[in-house]
Design a protein around this ligand. Structure first.
Ligand code: GDD
Ligand code: MN
Length: 376
């Protein structure tokens, strides 16, 4: 008798799982949750689906609200992350938690056109398409009443993206797409994850070339809450592009640091030339002046670009510069010492200068990443 009951109970639990998981990253989107669920309901009707909200501990208690709705709606799930931020990583974790055959990603703020979802699914099921993208650029797609500056920014970012994309896509910035879950899972270990551009990351990281189709839609205006896109997001985008361009072998931050260092070299060499050849100072004085000026320029550029996420502001700029210079003085000593030594051994002034810079740069990167920009 007990055995029979148990079997019966197990059968009740064995409901077919959803075909489609819709992953919705949220950060302070409480007011948009109910309208979104209603729209998804209308768009998907009887199609077995689930909606996975991935919330980063929103201050407006979005997660708590989602869970209260989930009590009466088994489609709704919530992943809550504490002490973490990031649109891409939220999407990845949402997809990782899915066991459905298909996954879609959509913003919570109602800007994406959810009525495309059934068409996206249809395309994936009936054709050899791997990824269907909601696009603002093809045919009837567009930006609705979007500010012209945002449209331009989006277009420039799109143009840059084509450098790292294996396929031609009109809207690689789209945060709205659907794919087979297994294809996403395949790419997951290779993703850069940081930043906003999860679709671009997915397409550029997948071990196979994915066949994409685009469906047009009009990007709606946000009704509730604020956009989270800021200069940090743009910076993360630049880091993602660099990461993909260098095949992920060299850390993007190091590439950025080296680029800034390259500009520093130019500043250094110009100063060196000006002091040594024009002002006719001693070589050592010229090299010391060039080192100091290059150091200040490097600090400013690194603080603005390489370490934007840990940028020093206000009074901390001064203490940061002091610590940067203090820390780098070890490197500068090595720099001037080695350069002077080589210069004395009858090498050209510019060979001596470059050798000094090389030693100094290695010191700068290692020590400043440890001391100057360690904490936010
Ligand atoms: N979990 C989590 N963590 N969610 C986040 C985070 C975060 O750190 N930052 C943003 N989100 C969520 C928002 O709550 C929203 O649901 C969605 O991600 C998009 O964020 P928005 O701040 O509304 O982005 P947007 O409208 O400026 O940018 C949109 O358009 C871009 C194209 O120009 C997004 O769709 C982007 O993906 C898209 O690239
Ligand atoms: Mn938005």
């Amino acid at each position: 008798m007990y055995q029979e009951q148990k079997i019966f109970a197990v059968d009740i639990l064995r409901q077919p799982s959803p075909i489609l998981s819709i992953v919705v990253p949220t950060f302070n989107e409480r007011a948009n949750i109910e309208p979104l669920l209603a729209l998804l309901n209308n768009a998907l009707l009887t199609l077995p689906h689930e909606v996975i909200f991935v919330d980063d501990n929103s201050t407006d208690k979005t997660a708590e609200f989602v869970k209260s709705l989930a009590k009466n709606d088994s489609r709704v799930r919530c992943i809550e992350r504490i002490g973490r931020r990031g649109l891409s990583s939220a999407v990845v974790e949402g997809v990782l938690s899915s066991s459905a055959e298909f996954v879609a990603v959509i913003d919570a703020d109602l800007q994406h056109d959810e009525t495309l979802l059934p068409h996206m699914l249809n395309l994936l099921q009936k054709s050899d398409t791997d990824v269907v993208i909601g696009s603002r650029y093809v045919n009837d797609g567009g930006f609705g009443e979007w500010a012209a500056s945002r449209v331009w920014m989006s277009k420039i970012a799109t143009y840059l993206a084509s450098a790292v994309m294996p396929q031609k896509i009109s809207d690689p910035m789209s945060g709205f797409f659907m794919t087979r879950r297994e294809l996403f899972d395949e790419a997951t270990p290779h993703l850069s994850v940081s930043g906003y551009k999860i679709l671009l990351d997915f397409l550029a990281s997948s071990p196979r070339k994915l066949k994409c189709s685009e469906l047009p839609y009009i990007f709606r205006l946000r009704q509730n809450g604020d956009s989270k896109l800021d200069s940090l997001v743009l910076w993360e985008y630049a880091m993602l592009l660099i990461d993909k361009l260098f095949g992920g072998y060299v850390p993007a931050r190091f590439v950025m640091f080296s680029f800034v260092g390259g500009l520093g070299v130019a500043v250094h060499m110009l100063t060196l030339k000006a002091c040594f050849q024009v002002l006719e100072t001693s070589f050592q004085t010229a090299q010391i002046s060039a080192t100091i000026i290059a150091m200040v320029v490097n600090f400013v550029l690194n603080n603005r670009f390489t370490y934007l996420d840990k940028r020093l502001t206000g009074a901390k700029i001064l203490t940061g510069l002091l610590s940067f210079m203090a820390v780098c003085s070890v490197g500068a000593f090595a720099n001037v010492g080695i350069a002077s030594y080589i210069f004395k051994s009858a090498y050209q002034w510019w060979v001596a200068g470059l050798a000094g810079i090389l030693v100094g740069t290695v010191f700068n990167y290692t020590l400043t990443s440890l001391f100057t920009w360690r904490k936010r």
